[in-house]
Design a protein around this ligand. Sequence first.
Ligand code: HEC
Ligand code: HEC
Length: 323
Amino acid sequence: MKRILFSVALLLSNAFTAQTITNTQEWIRPQKIPTPVDNPITKEKIILGKKLFFDPLLSRANNIACSSCHDPVKGWSDADEVAIGDQGRKGPRNSPTILNSAYQYIYFWDGRAKSLEEQALGPIQAHVEMNLDPKEAVKKLQQNTTYQQMFQKAFPKEGITVKTLAKAIATFERTIVSGESRFDKWIAGDTSKLSDKEAKGFTTFLDKGNCTICHNGFSFSDQSFNNVGIDNGDTGRKAVKKRAFWHGAFKTPTLRNIENSAPYFHDGSVKSLEEAVTICVEGGRDKNATNKANLLVDKHLTKDEIKEIVSFLKTLSEPVPDL
Ligand code: HEC
Ligand code: HEC
């Protein structure tokens, strides 16, 4: 019904503006940040979490921080195909952005973590990332007077533990949210923020492209798992669900900050945004891949329509934060 109203509005108005969308709310980030009851956001935890996020002390060789792979300048992601961690070891997957991760309920490309607190310890421990046992990380922090004081302020009763380390990082991550892109200003009513081409790209994304089957809501991800035919042997969701059906299925990535977070897909195999969009428009890369998502079919868009979608996606870039 919504879609019908939307199309009628388009036909009648000819000009496409945010006002012609019947449900603008869907695209606006809810102000309230979801937060677990046992880890409320406080100023002290944000300051501490931020310091930890940028601190290579959390790695075995004191050379890799969370921000090495989730760099604010690179859309909170990195420019490498796959993550490069301790001793130059290459991990199997591309680093996703952490923007809006507070609003997710399932983490990693295969969805193996269920909270930011649980997620945060993964990369510290991972052999191919920071390669440091979180208990060792705690020992390093306990020897540092600045951290002693900061943890004391943020967690007066608990001090420095594996749990509070994860809680502080998760709290900082919850503050990395969207809302400042040109698209956000346009959807809130400032029609001057998008060009006709960009606005038309959004219509094509919604209508002919039907991309919102999977890339929906303000973060442009439904957090479900699909195989789009980028099969490099990585089993994806199957490793978690243990059923063949999930082979090669990965979490729908957010499209926010997409221009700044190249290269694309779980294996970082696609360098240009236009190529990434074309793959999804045409129904996947390997169209005969086992388990390729039924919902991903060739939309037969013209080259111009694909370019319009790309120009729309570029309006989702957030300004680099002043940290
Ligand atoms: C060496 C690069 C690297 C480092 C260092 C790193 N990450 Fe990541 N991060 C990745 C990769 C790669 C993934 C995806 C892994 C996967 O899905 O299996 C990821 C996934 C994530 C996700 C999940 C995002 C999503 O959409 O599911 C979050 C949140 C995150 N990292 C936060 C952190 C934090 C916090 C730290 C520091 C404690 C950190 N990362 C350190 C590369 C890195
Ligand atoms: C059936 C669900 C589905 C539909 C429909 C869909 N996508 Fe995707 N999209 C995905 C998944 C899943 C991935 C990641 C797949 C992977 O890495 O293996 C992805 C990846 C992408 C990427 C790369 C993002 C990144 O960070 O690596 C872009 C860009 C993209 N899609 C755009 C689109 C556009 C534009 C449309 C509409 C023409 C569309 N998608 C339709 C599920 C979908």
